[in-house]
Design a protein around this ligand. Structure first.
Ligand SMILES: Nc1ncnc2c1ncn2[C@@H]1O[C@H](COP(=O)(O)OP(=O)(O)O)[C@@H](O)[C@H]1O
Ligand SMILES: [Mg+2]
Length: 368
């Protein structure tokens, strides 16, 4: 719990309009601490902001992260100004501190930042319908399209090797070898499942290294709730949560989005019989994403899209399994064997997609 007096002091560091009336926890983000700031301006009008304490355990180099966000948001807002985008697309806007900084570091070493509050829009954990997924696909596609000429090498890597699937595989083997909690005996099939798919761990990486696909500015956390959906029009109004924006592949963003929205059940559903690839959802997201990007993505990127969904889901499952073997150090667990349950769920989804690869390829081809 952060005291109100502390929050008030932090708010005073930022160039907020008006007088503070309320500052309270907001949203359902899992990484940062997010607050809604409500002020009254001199006309008694309400002005709202988002205040965030950055999680500096996950993000160790916060200055670099903030430099990325500052550069990306200012580049995007110049672009929106020059070339009014259809449909009211909005760019996340930082509020600067009194010292003209993009963040405030408090005496305890915490990093704080603030954004303009995006009004009349909602972040959804579960899609209400497939149109919402189409909108999210468009919004993440638009985000990538707008950044296509951004000098990708100038961005810092905020989490080193985030989608280096091969390194994650090596790490899995190391943890398995130590097996410090003697848990490997509970998941021999899952361990074999991972080992059987060693070849896919290098698929995207090799294509990047050989220059067969380009490095692009990628969001890297393309969950549905990182697009705010307009309450009236239903369009994906604003892409948020830019902490993991860094050099990567468009395939990471597409693949991880399908991982998080393409299955019929939640990520920790234990009844694996219920888990299917929801082709209608896959279709909706792909439709939105490719409507924006079909002329920008290369032929190889397009061919790899269905595989990227498999690889990103496999990578995530492998991370859950690694954490289970390692004693649940990274992902928060809420029940016994939670990480193993999640891993089994992701691997089941991988199998489902492997079995439906042709369907996925057909859908991708239909929208190109
Ligand atoms: N500029 C904004 N306007 C409105 N709501 C926002 C804004 N930024 C964040 N939020 C809300 O706060 C939640 C958490 O923010 P986010 O940046 O995604 O943090 P986390 O990294 O913890 O997921 C979001 O899911 C969204 O509901
Ligand atoms: Mg978020």
């Amino acid at each position: 719990m952060i005291e109100m007096t502390t929050l008030k002091k932090i708010c005073e560091e930022f160039r907020f309009e008006g007088v503070l009336t309320e500052c309270s926890p907001y949203g359902d983000g899992h990484i940062n601490d997010t607050f809604l700031v409500v002020n009254k301006d001199k006309y008694e009008e309400t002005v709202q902001y988002i205040l965030q304490r950055v999680n500096h355990i996950v993000f160790k180099e916060t200055e670099k992260l903030m430099s990325n966000i500052e550069n990306i948001t200012s580049y995007l807002s110049d672009m929106v100004r020059e070339d009014e985008l259809e449909g009211g697309y909005e760019v996340l806007k930082l509020i600067r501190t009194n010292n003209d900084n993009s963040y405030h570091k408090d005496l305890e070493g915490n990093y704080w930042r603030a954004y303009v509050f995006v009004k009349n829009a909602t972040g959804y954990t579960f899609a209400k319908d497939n149109t919402m997924l189409y909108s999210a696909g468009k919004a993440f596609g638009q985000f990538q399209l707008m950044l296509k000429d951004y000098p990708v090498d100038s961005l810092f890597e905020t989490i080193k090797g985030f989608h280096h699937t091969e390194n994650r595989y090596e790490n899995f083997l190391k943890v398995l070898e130590k097996d410090v909690h003697s848990r490997s005996k509970y998941c021999l099939d899952d361990i074999q499942f991972v080992k059987d798919r060693k070849n896919i761990t290098t698929m995207i990486l090799k294509a990047l290294e050989l220059g067969e696909i380009p490095y692009r500015v990628t969001h890297n956390d393309t969950k549905l709730n990182n697009v705010l959906i307009d309450n009236d029009s239903g369009i994906g109004r604003c892409v948020i949560d830019l902490d993991t924006v860094m050099p990567g592949s468009a395939l990471y963003d597409f693949g991880d989005a399908i991982r998080s929205c393409g299955s019929t059940v939640a990520e920790d559903e234990e009844e694996l019989e219920l888990l299917k690839l929801d082709t209608a959802r896959f279709d909706a997201y792909t439709n939105g994403f490719l409507e924006i990007l079909k002329h920008e993505l290369t032929q190889t990127e397009i061919e790899l899209l269905p595989y990227s969904a498999i690889i990103m889901t496999f990578e995530c499952g492998m991370r859950f399994l690694t954490d289970f073997l390692d004693g649940d150090n990274y992902f928060k667990v809420h029940k016994e064997n939670h990480n193993l349950i999640r891993a089994k769920n992701q691997f089941r989804f991988v199998k489902e997609m492997e079995n439906n690869l042709e369907v996925m390829i057909d859908i991708v081809n239909r929208y190109c």
